[in-house]
Design a binder for this molecule. Structure first.
Ligand SMILES: NC(=O)c1ccc[n+]([C@@H]2O[C@H](COP(=O)([O-])OP(=O)(O)OC[C@H]3O[C@@H](n4cnc5c(N)ncnc54)[C@H](OP(=O)(O)O)[C@@H]3O)[C@@H](O)[C@H]2O)c1
Length: 243
């Protein structure tokens, strides 16, 4: 009853976090390219995972979510840590003209997360669920408001879910990273206070090991101060902020 389920098996942040949490336990990697997870699986075995299972996972297929979690629980004998590391940044310029792309970003980064979080909270008796919000959702920016709006919605959902889980043996860790240098932001100029996937994973793993109850984590921690200032910036200035 102590398996780790990583949803988004190829995720940079998810892989780093799984490597820190997998020692002595089975892992289930769920990904949409499930046949190319050999490198991730080998890394986790080297980090001490007792077994690594793989499952095909398409986040937009909402009807498959409950069955996927049940299958993961069967394969690994029960899940006690679930990490929702799937997501897309999307193309803001394209999403402004192509409603299908705007809806795709909203589906993967909000609707699918809500669906999966609901299944996990309903089926996990104890342990922890990790969800990834973002500074992008703190105050929507003209330059990335489609992605930002999904993170705002997801963050609000997570705050409510954390309150629902308060006092139960299941907790929700909501991570709010700033700019993370990795696949998702490839080719983009790192923003101030950028972090690496390893730094995000260190912060979440530390909270899982030492924290009690649900928590919301700014990563890096000093981002919280910047977030407070962000809310004070007048709209005519805010409108010109880069992504
Ligand atoms: N990177 C950042 O700057 C940053 C900052 C704040 C928050 N976050 C959040 O942190 C989480 C992890 O991000 P990351 O940096 O690890 O990104 P990443 O390396 O790009 O990983 C995201 C993963 O999501 C998977 N995915 C995308 N669409 C999917 C779908 N329809 N079904 C199943 N899987 C799908 C991708 O699969 P494929 O490999 O098949 O494409 C990819 O492996 C995301 O929620 C992200 O929004 C990231």
């Amino acid at each position: 009853m102590n398996a780790l389920l990583l949803l988004g098996g190829h995720s940079d942040i998810g892989g780093e976090l799984a490597a820190r949490l997998c020692s002595g336990r089975p892992v289930v990697l769920a990904a949409r390219r499930a046949d190319s997870l050999a490198d991730v699986a080998a890394r986790l075995r080297a980090a001490g995972a007792t077994a690594v299972h793989t499952l095909a996972f398409e986040a937009a297929d909402l009807a498959s979510h409950r069955e996927l979690v049940e299958r993961a629980q069967e394969l690994a004998g029960g899940v006690s840590t679930a990490v929702l590391a799937f997501g897309i940044l999307g193309d803001q310029a394209r999403a402004e003209k192509d409603e299908a792309h705007a809806a795709e970003i909203a589906t993967i980064d909000y609707t699918s997360q809500v669906s999966m979080l609901t299944v996990l909270a309903d089926t996990m008796p104890h342990g922890e669920i990790v969800a990834f919000s973002s500074i992008a959702g703190w105050r929507a920016r003209r330059a990335n408001y489609v992605y930002g709006s999904t993170k705002a919605g997801l963050d609000a959902f997570c705050q409510g879910l954390a309150d629902r889980l308060h006092g139960t043996p299941l907790r929700l860790i909501t991570a709010r990273p700033g700019f993370v240098i990795g696949s998702m932001t490839q080719g983009m100029k790192p923003a101030p206070m950028s972090v690496t996937p390893a730094q995000v994973a260190d912060a979440v793993a530390a909270e899982i090991r030492t924290g009690k109850g649900s928590a919301t984590l700014w990563i890096p921690r000093r981002l919280r101060l910047l977030a407070w200032v962000m809310k004070l910036v007048p709209r005519p200035v805010w409108r010109r902020m880069p992504r």
